[in-house]
Design a protein around this ligand. Structure first.
Ligand code: ZN
Length: 279
C-alpha cells in the first residue's frame, strides 16, 4: 500500500494514517487540491503530480496578504494557471496581489466584466505583468500536467449574471476527480446537465458557498460526490443553507467546511484520497 503525507503542517484527521516518512519516490505522483481558508470567499490551490501549479480564485480584498503567505507556505513562486471564476470580490479580491507577487503562466476568466475597483485593480495587475486573459468557457481543456485532465464545463451560455457565468472546472487524476464550481447556480447547473458531459466527481466544491440557489438535487445526483467542501466564513447571507446541508446529508456526502475546519487539503495518488484539515 502506498503511504503518503502532505507537505505542510496541517494535522491529519482520523482518516489519515501516517506510518513512515515517505521516500521521495512516494511523494511524487500526487495531486494536491487545497481548499484555502479565506473566510467568506473561495480559493483553491492545485499542485500537480509533476509540480505544476494552478490557483482558482483568491478570496476577498482583505485576504491579499493571507494569499501571498499561503503561496509561500506551499512553496509556490510560480502559478502555471490562474483562474478567476467570475468577477465578484469574494473570488477575485486577492488575485491582484497574487499576480503582483508570483510568476504567472496563463490567466483564464469568463467573458464578463464588473464595474468595481476590485475588478479594475485585477485587470491592472494582469496588464502590468504583460499577461493577457484567455476566456474561460465550456469545452476548454487546460494544458497543465500530462497525467491530469482539466476540463472546463461552464460557462456554456453568454450574458448570464456573474454567478452563472462562473468558470467550472473538472479535474481528473486516475480514478479520482474534483468538480470546482465557483458560484455557479442552478441555471448553469442545468446547462451542464443538458450538455451531456460527465459531471461525476468524488469531490464537489459546493456551489456559491452553500447558497440554496446552487446544488440543485438533479445536479447533485449527477455529480454524485463522496466528499463536499463548502468554502464559507462568517457571513450575513446564512451560508451554508440548512436545505443544502440536509440535501448533502441525505446522500451521505462527507462535508468539509472552511469555517469549521480551516484549510482542507485533498491529496490523491490517482486511486485514494488523503484528507487533512487545519482544525
Ligand atoms: Zn462567492
Amino acid at each position: 500500500m502506498l503511504v503518503f503525507i502532505s507537505g505542510c503542517s496541517l494535522e491529519f484527521d482520523s482518516q489519515g494514517e501516517v506510518e513512515n516518512a515517505p521516500t521521495s519516490a512516494e511523494v511524487e505522483n500526487l495531486l494536491k487540491v487545497v481548499f484555502l481558508d479565506v473566510g467568506q470567499g473561495a480559493s483553491q490551490l492545485l499542485i500537480s503530480p509533476s509540480g505544476k501549479t494552478m490557483l482558482i480564485d483568491a478570496g476577498n480584498n482583505d485576504q491579499e496578504e493571507h494569499m501571498v503567505q499561503y503561496l509561500q507556505q506551499y512553496g509556490v513562486d510560480r502559478l502555471d494557471i490562474v483562474i478567476g471564476t467570475h468577477p465578484d470580490a469574494d473570488h477575485i479580491g486577492g488575485l491582484d496581489a497574487v499576480i503582483d507577487h508570483v510568476e504567472v503562466g496563463k490567466v483564464y476568466m469568463p467573458k464578463v466584466s464588473n464595474n468595481t475597483k476590485t475588478f479594475e485593480s485585477l485587470l491592472r495587475s494582469i496588464k502590468n505583468k504583460g499577461l493577457k486573459v484567455s476566456s474561460a468557457k465550456a469545452g476548454i481543456k487546460l494544458d497543465w500536467d500530462d497525467q491530469v485532465d482539466v476540463t472546463m464545463l461552464s460557462p456554456i451560455l453568454t450574458g448570464l449574471d456573474n454567478n452563472n457565468m462562473s468558470a467550472v472546472v473538472k479535474v481528473t487524476y486516475g480514478d479520482t476527480s474534483f468538480l470546482l464550481t465557483g458560484d455557479a447556480e442552478s441555471i448553469s447547473e442545468k446547462e451542464m446537465i443538458d450538455s451531456g458531459e460527465d459531471l461525476q466527481a468524488d469531490v464537489l466544491l459546493v456551489g456559491h458557498h452553500g447558497s440554496k440557489t446552487s446544488t440543485s438535487l438533479r445536479f447533485l445526483n449527477q455529480v454524485n460526490p463522496k466528499y463536499a467542501v463548502i468554502q464559507v466564513g462568517e457571513n450575513s447571507y446564512g451560508h451554508p443553507k440548512e436545505t443544502i446541508l440536509e440535501r448533502l446529508r441525505k446522500k451521505n456526502v462527507e462535508v468539509y467546511r472552511n469555517d469549521l475546519q480551516g484549510t482542507v487539503e485533498f491529496t490523491s495518488d490517482g486511486q485514494n484520497y488523503q484528507i487533512s484539515k487545519e482544525r
